[in-house]
Design a protein around this ligand. Structure first.
Ligand code: ZN
Length: 332
């Protein structure tokens, strides 16, 4: 088994491919991988993943031939390839359980189609389009494939929103197998961005602090969160966000786990923080409510058994795992 840390157990967090980053700028190598009979593709139309459903389940892997039968993709990205770093263990389907199911040691690409392909694909009985949040929520694919789909969607979103050079304003072009954009006018190179977000539980002994955003489902409370700013440490961002949103000052901050969050391309950095005071002042421009919850209440929320019907985020979100660790007493 590979090293499985806490982050790899959270939705979008298990990404076992060898990215072969040193080979991405070798166009001949990448094209050779694309044309190998064993190569597989995940497919997006707009920002929505496409699945084959001919065998009942949702199959995210397509051959190059199957991709071309859908039309000419607007672009593709080399995501990496399966390898045997973690040994040659296979499960009863013939797959290594530590890798992307059905991929073996083959190369994996993401192929992108414009939205005008949506209608013909939606009309086909053997294909299904499911937005990525629903894929995660419904558990439609194995954790390793969810990680790859999240990676592919984050890169897709970056390309869609960074088509012009930020230095000189001229159109830039995809290079390095989808992992860079180059500007021919000023020779700038641009790399995919990741936006760090801190998400945290302030704790006070047997209680933790949760808030309600106006966009949450009725009755749902979650960990407070906010973007990390330039010049700020993770610890300072955690303390600042908690203070701004709830009026609670904190001392010690402890890192818990992280989660790639491809909506559009964040990295959620999960932490715990020790509260110094009890009196909450809710920032009503950000939150509907914030309050303290006891361990028992949180346990009831995770189990869907809270007396007032209050609920917590689902298991594919890092907030769920922060709350689960708090219930287990596994904090500082
Ligand atoms: Zn430029």
């Amino acid at each position: 088994m590979p090293l499985l840390d806490q982050s790899s157990l959270i939705g979008f967090g298990f990404n076992p491919l060898n990215r072969l980053s040193e080979k991405r700028s070798d166009d001949a190598f990448v094209d050779g991988k694309r044309r190998e009979a064993s190569a597989r593709f995940v497919v997006f139309v707009g920002e929505v993943p496409v699945f084959g459903v001919q065998r009942g389940g949702h199959d995210a892997l397509f051959t190059y031939e199957q991709v071309l039968a859908l039309g000419q993709p607007s672009s593709d990205i080399f995501l990496g390839q399966g390898d045997n770093r973690s040994g040659n263990a296979v499960d009863d389907t013939g797959d290594n359980p530590d890798q992307v199911p059905g991929l073996g040691q083959a190369a994996l690409f993401a192929a992108y189609f414009d939205k005008d392909h949506a209608a013909p694909i939606a009309a086909r009985a053997d294909l299904d389009m499911v937005d990525l949040r629903s894929v995660a929520l419904r558990g439609l694919v194995a954790p390793a494939l969810l990680g790859e789909l999240g990676c592919a969607k984050a890169l897709l979103s970056w390309h869609q929103h960074h088509r012009y050079c930020a230095n000189c304003g001229q159109p830039s072009s995809v290079s390095s197998a989808g992992w860079r954009r180059d500007c021919a006018a000023c020779n700038s190179q641009h790399f995919p961005r990741v936006d760090p977000v801190v998400i945290m539980l302030a704790t006070d002994g047997d209680r933790c602090l949760l808030g309600r955003s106006p966009r949450f489902a009725t009755g749902m409370y979650s960990a407070l969160a906010g973007f990390l700013e330039p010049g700020e440490t993770i610890e300072d961002a955690v303390r600042r966000e908690i203070l701004e949103e709830s009026g609670i000052a904190c001392s010690q901050v402890a890192y818990f786990a992280s989660q790639p969050w491809p909506f559009p391309s964040s990295l959620m950095i999960g932490c715990f923080a020790k509260a110094l005071n009890n009196d909450i002042t809710v920032d009503t421009t950000e939150l509907d409510d914030a309050r303290w919850f006891t361990r028992q209440e949180v346990a009831n929320m995770l189990a869907g058994e809270h007396a007032d019907g209050l609920s917590a985020p689902k298991p594919f979100a890092i907030a769920y795992h922060l709350l689960k660790a708090f219930v287990a007493g596994d904090v500082f």
